[in-house]
Design a protein around this ligand. Structure first.
Ligand code: 5GP
Ligand code: ZN
Length: 110
């Protein structure tokens, strides 16, 4: 998608600190970490909102959540973590390509 920073990261046009990649998702370090471990888990397909989920995308998001659970030790999140999906203006979403924030590596305040 034109001018989408995460599509550019997925395409390798912008560098990122990738920690995991497969055929349908990539996980890399957030450039402005809000916790000791702050990763962004990004489905490679470009869409912005949960309201855009059809059956195939819902299954993709489900597999993405499953994969996060499988990778938690490897990602440094074995002691617990928070998954955040910002949606729209009131949530402060700044990148309009669906992504899951993975926060952990320390005790998190609410
Ligand atoms: P949002 O506010 O849309 O939920 O989250 C976007 C996140 O992407 C922010 O936490 C921001 O720090 C991160 N981010 C924005 N641009 C880049 C970038 O070029 N590289 C990386 N690694 N993270 C970015
Ligand atoms: Zn995109």
């Amino acid at each position: 998608m034109n001018n989408c920073i995460f599509c550019k990261i997925i395409a390798g046009e912008i560098p990122s600190a990738k920690v995991y990649e497969d055929e349908e998702i990539v996980i890399f370090k957030d450039i402005e970490p809000k916790a000791a471990v702050h990763l962004l888990c990004v489905p490679k397909e470009h869409f912005a909102y949960l309201s855009e989920l059809d059956g195939a995308r819902a299954a993709l998001v489900g597999r993405t959540m499953q994969k996060i659970g499988q990778l938690k030790e490897q990602l440094g999140l074995s002691a617990g973590y928070r998954v955040v999906i910002n949606q729209g203006e009131n949530a402060g979403q700044t990148v309009h390509h669906l992504h899951l924030h993975l926060l952990g590596g320390e005790t998190l305040g609410w």
